[in-house]
Structures are given as structure tokens and as C-alpha cells.
Write a protein that binds this ligand. Structure first.
Ligand SMILES: Cc1cc2nc3c(=O)[nH]c(=O)nc-3n(C[C@H](O)[C@H](O)[C@H](O)COP(=O)(O)OP(=O)(O)OC[C@H]3O[C@@H](n4cnc5c(N)ncnc54)[C@H](O)[C@@H]3O)c2cc1C
Length: 303
């Protein structure tokens, strides 16, 4: 309870204390930090997806800066031997301000990734972003069938029908590639399942739908029961190891991650970095208020 109250007061905490918590979940502030973290993960036989932190910009000048930062990221990472791809949030490129320019910026990034034979995942943000994110994905998938993927959130009641509607984008030489996660934003019960068990039931139903329809799923969860459920479905549909991957967040349940690697499953870790780490960290903290104790210890000089 105390942790929960404190987590709501987070914006008033000095950033240096929040960093005590954040450094577990964020690779650092620079591209080099992201590369170092990615190489360390690659050595543990996990792939990465690298994400520059930031969202909900105020003007299209910031969108352009974000586009340029991602271009720089891709250029730099592609000169290394990092095994990984990229994730991005459409609101960083102006989704809520100027949809067409947002599309053009993301397209520039997909062109760059495709040039290197690589892949960009469009993250899914809160519900007002879903239609436009799907629309951008649709346009890009037609032009770059192998280089772009999307995230779907099992807590949204619309997700199953979104999945069905996007099956027309499949082609013989390029599967649909969707990351399936529970969903992290606060949504109204009128559009989202809010109960843990209901969300998990729909997660596994959506995943089964993907396996039945030869969609490549990135199974993004740390929830043991969902991982077990996914493994059962993989057996049931006899899905080859090349037909799916697991995904986890940087710093979250690394032992679980390694256990999957040891069993021969492909695992990818989401590696966020950048100067705008504060918003991402406070979201993680609200999700996991028990971590507040680490910050309190740091504030008391015991961290
Ligand atoms: C690779 C990846 C990408 C994602 N992309 C998106 C996206 O684009 N859009 C979106 O809405 N959501 C995204 N999410 C977040 C996701 O929707 C969930 O909010 C988050 O993964 C927690 O759900 P869970 O499935 O792990 O299950 P939960 O039931 O929430 O967690 C299961 C267990 O995992 C551990 N755990 C989970 N989260 C944390 C944490 N932050 N800190 C410490 N321990 C933790 C705890 O032990 C917990 O008991 C992503 C998640 C992953 C793994």
C-alpha cells in the first residue's frame, strides 16, 4: 500500500534516485550503452530489439529529431555484429499530431532497416493510437513484406477481430509477424479486459489463432502460466522452433529468459535506452511498486 502511494508521487522524486531503480530496466543513455547491453545479451544467446525511449511529443520538430536519432541508431548498430532489430513507438514520430508525416518518418526507418535486411517492430500504445498504428503497419507491410511487424494487446476486446482483418496481408513468402503482449496502458473496461484471468484466457486464444493461421508470434510475456500455455500450444500445433520467438523486457525475469534459451527456444530481449528514461521508468514502477523499496534504500544511502 505504502509502495503504491509512493509510486504515484514519483514525478516529485529526484531523478538520481529513480535511476537507482531504472538502471535495472534501461540499458543507459547512449547508443553505445545500448550496443554494449545488446552484445552482453547476445553472448547469452538472446537476440535483442532496441528501442529509443520517448513518446507523446509536442510538435513535429521533435518528431523529425526522433526520426534522425533512429536513423543514427540503425546506421551505428548495423556497423556492429549485434544480433537484433528495432522497436519504435509511433507517437514519437507524431502519430497524434500529423499522421501522414508520422507515416513518412516511420517509412524512412523501415527503408533503412530493409536496406540492411533488418526489421522494425511498431509498438502498440494506448487505445486512441490503435487504428492509426494498424493503418501505418498495413501500408508498410504491403511495401516491405519482410521488414515490419506490429504489436497486439491481448487485453483489448478488439484484438481478435484486428487479427482476423489483417490476415489478408499474408503472402506466401512473408508471414505476418505480431508481438503479442498483455497490454500496459490503463484502459476502460468497456474496451478492455481488466481481470488477470480474462486477459490470460484471451492471450492464449489469440496466440492459438496465430498458430492456426501461420502467423509468426513474438510471445512477449514474463507470466509463467502464459509461457507454459504457449509451450503447450507449440506442442499441439507442432510449431518448429523457427515459427515463433519469446520476448522479455530488459532486466525482467532474466532467469526465466535463460531457462527458455537452454531449452533451445529463440528469445529476444527488448532493450530500451535514451535520455527520456524517466517516463518509461515510472510506468515500470507503477506496474511493480515493490521496487520502490530499492529507491527508498538508495535515498537513505543504503542502495
Ligand atoms: C518484449 C515486450 C514488449 C512489450 N511491448 C509492449 C507494447 O508495445 N505495448 C504494450 O501495451 N505493452 C507492451 N509490453 C508490456 C506488456 O503489455 C505487459 O504490460 C508486461 O509485459 C507485463 O505483463 P506480463 O505478460 O509479463 O505478465 P504479468 O502478469 O504482468 O507479470 C508476470 C510476472 O513477471 C514479472 N514482471 C512483469 N513485469 C515486470 C516488471 N516491470 N518488473 C519486474 N517484474 C515484472 C513479475 O514477476 C510478474 O509477476 C511489452 C512486454 C514485453 C515483454
Amino acid at each position: 500500500m505504502l509502495n503504491k502511494i509512493i509510486s504515484h508521487a514519483l514525478p516529485y522524486f529526484p531523478q538520481k534516485f529513480i535511476w537507482q531503480f531504472s538502471k535495472t530496466y534501461i540499458a543507459g543513455e547512449s547508443i553505445q550503452d545500448a550496443i554494449d547491453a545488446s552484445k552482453a545479451l547476445n553472448q547469452k544467446k538472446t537476440m535483442v530489439t532496441i528501442d529509443i525511449l520517448g513518446e507523446f511529443i509536442e510538435n513535429m520538430y521533435q518528431a523529425r529529431i526522433n526520426r534522425d536519432e533512429y536513423l543514427d541508431l540503425i546506421t551505428t548498430v548495423e556497423q556492429t555484429d549485434v544480433i537484433g532489430n528495432y522497436s519504435l513507438k509511433p507517437t514519437m514520430f507524431g502519430l497524434l499530431l500529423d499522421k501522414e508525416t508520422c507515416y513518412a518518418h516511420i517509412r524512412d526507418l523501415v527503408i533503412k532497416a530493409a536496406y540492411h535486411g533488418n526489421f522494425i517492430r511498431i509498438d502498440m500504445e494506448d487505445s486512441p493510437c490503435v487504428d492509426d498504428s494498424i493503418e501505418i503497419f498495413r501500408r508498410l507491410k504491403k511495401e516491405f513484406p519482410k521488414n515490419v511487424g506490429l504489436v497486439l494487446q491481448a487485453y483489448l476486446k478488439r484484438t481478435r477481430s484486428d487479427l482476423e482483418n489483417m490476415l489478408d496481408l499474408r503472402s506466401d513468402d512473408s508471414k505476418l509477424n505480431f508481438r503479442l503482449c498483455k497490454g500496459i496502458y490503463m484502459e476502460s473496461p468497456s474496451i478492455a479486459y481488466t481481470n488477470y484471468h480474462e486477459i490470460n484466457i484471451h492471450y492464449l486464444e489469440d496466440l492459438e489463432f496465430m498458430f492456426r493461421n501461420k502467423v509468426y508470434p513474438a510471445i512477449a510475456t514474463h507470466d509463467k502460466s502464459l509461457i507454459q500455455g504457449a509451450l503447450t500450444l507449440i506442442d499441439k500445433y507442432n510449431v518448429p522452433k523457427s515459427g515463433y520467438e519469446f520476448q522479455m523486457l530488459y532486466g525482467v525475469t532474466p532467469k526465466q529468459c535463460q531457462a527458455l534459451v537452454r531449452k533451445g527456444h529463440s528469445v529476444r530481449v527488448y532493450v530500451p535506452f535514451g535520455q527520456h528514461w524517466f517516463g518509461y521508468s515510472t510506468r515500470r514502477l507503477k506496474e511493480n511498486p515493490a521496487m520502490m523499496s530499492h529507491i527508498l534504500k538508495a535515498m537513505l544511502g543504503k542502495g
